[in-house]
Design a protein. Structure first.
Ligand SMILES: [Zn+2]
Length: 448
């Protein structure tokens, strides 16, 4: 049996050989299959990333799905966005991706869709409850293997005609991006330098998580050595993108969103955009200055995706490199598609990537500061600190507390997924940054 602790806010995830036994995963397959059959229907698309435990988990889960009477379309080993794409393309009733995403190589897990909607929060607890009660549907399921890479590559390639041939380094991180990207690049007007495109669940070169700067060191070096105009990296299942400019400077998730938003606003004035509370003030200020509507929202890709539909936003994104395009696309987070959009902008500008951020105000910020804090008290302390600041400064409380200071801001929020408090600060200089941080640390100490 699987333990409830792996049934998390946005996915089911654990250490494969400790938390995800084959009999347990088979039961999980029956539970997910029953849940989806009752909620949306029996036609389920299934895919997995290249982790070493993927085949075993696939076989066990499939057994359960078939016992629950699901009609499974098996896509094999592909990036997560191709699973999303397949659900849109084939109008499936749901999708399951077996992936450890950007987590260490011994992890694995399940991301789920009911129709085109993400399965998250209470839905995931409902699946756990189904598994506990064994209240399963029954039937004679079926499985068909289908190639999704060819239709995906054909469609994406047909959507882009780059204005000139840009040299770009791509770091696949030995995750799922490489093989699909290689086929896509053959059809695009681009000069690629391909690094670590072979899938290898041991991730022998560096960990496939582009939000951690040390994982971008090889890419930075390769961009400078080859004279490329930009470099792009992907997480293990290719739903997060990382980017560096021609000088090897990291272009973070909120900066990428700003670049994309500006291009969209040039075609669609007044468009709406959604960023999370951790994004730079620059993103919100620039969108507003350019006549767009900028909404600051909660952290968490399932939450952001839902909000995006409600607001009819053209683009949404997170610092972590999940970028969602509704503009000219389906609205799901696809790092391969985002890569094409960035190359398109660089090609059209006639200048390397750094040009896109030239002339903008400069802010400095801290990375995410993570403080270990018990799950039982983490939300309470954030509430008390919020009330404290509310009397003193303008506060945004959509997710934790984000305080606007005269020349920057500070954020304190409780992680949804870990016993951790997260802080982040931004200011115009180091002195202000230290001041804002100490204001938060004092408040936290006084209200613990
Ligand atoms: Zn991922």
């Amino acid at each position: 049996m699987l333990t409830q602790t792996i049934f998390r806010e946005y996915d089911i995830r654990g250490v494969a050989e400790r938390d995800l036994s084959s009999p347990g995963v088979e039961l999980l397959g029956q539970a997910i299959g029953s849940y989806l059959r009752r909620r949306t229907g029996p036609r389920i698309n299934l895919a997995r990333d290249c982790r070493l435990s993927g085949q075993r988990l696939h076989d066990a889960l499939l057994k359960g799905l078939l016992a629950a009477g699901c009609e499974v379309t098996d896509l094999g080993v592909v990036p997560t966005p191709l699973l999303y794409y397949s659900v849109y393309r084939f109008e499936a009733d749901g999708g399951i991706m077996i992936t450890g995403s950007h987590n260490p190589s011994d992890y694995n897990g399940f991301k789920m869709m009911a129709g085109k909607a993400a399965v998250y929060g209470q839905d995931i607890q409902d699946i756990y409850a189904l598994m506990q009660s064994r209240d399963f549907t029954a039937g004679h399921g079926s499985v068909t293997e289908t190639d999704i890479v060819t239709p995906y590559v054909d469609e994406i390639a047909s959507r882009f005609a780059f204005a000139r041939r840009v040299k770009v380094v791509f770091d696949g991180g030995n995750g799922t991006a490489g093989p699909t990207l290689h086929r896509l690049l053959e059809k695009l007007n681009v000069e690629p330098v391909e690094m670590y495109f072979e899938m290898d669940g041991n991730f022998p070169n560096h960990h496939p998580d582009p939000t951690v700067e040390e994982n971008l060191e090889h890419l930075k070096k390769a961009v400078q050595e080859t004279g490329a105009e930009l470099g792009l990296a992907f997480d293990g299942d290719s739903d997060r993108i990382g980017a560096v400019d021609e000088a090897g400077n990291v272009v973070w998730g909120d900066q990428l969103m700003l670049i994309f938003a500006r291009e969209i606003l040039s075609r669609k004035p007044g468009s709406t955009f959604i960023g999370e509370v951790k994004c730079s003030r620059l993103l919100y200020d620039e969108i507003t200055r350019l006549g767009g509507k900028a909404i600051m929202y909660k952290t968490g890709h399932s939450l952001i995706k839902t909000k995006m539909k409600q607001e009819h936003a053209e683009l949404a994104g997170e610092m972590s490199g999940h970028i969602f395009f509704a503009d000219r696309f389906y609205g799901f987070d696809d790092a391969l598609y985002a890569a094409c959009r960035l190359i398109e902008i660089v090609a059209a500008s006639g200048q390397p990537l750094s040009h896109q951020l030239a002339g903008l105000p400069r802010y400095i910020n801290t990375p995410e500061i993570r403080v270990d804090w018990a799950d039982e008290t983490k939300f309470g302390v954030v509430e008390r600190v919020k009330e404290h600041f509310r009397a003193l400064y303008p506060v945004n409380d959509v997710d934790g507390v984000r305080v606007s200071f005269p020349n920057g801001w500070g954020l304190l929020r409780a992680s949804n997924t870990q016993p951790v408090l997260v802080m982040r600060f931004e200011a115009e200089n180091e002195e202000q940054l230290a001041e804002y941080r100490s204001i938060f640390e004092s408040a936290l100490a006084a209200h613990r």
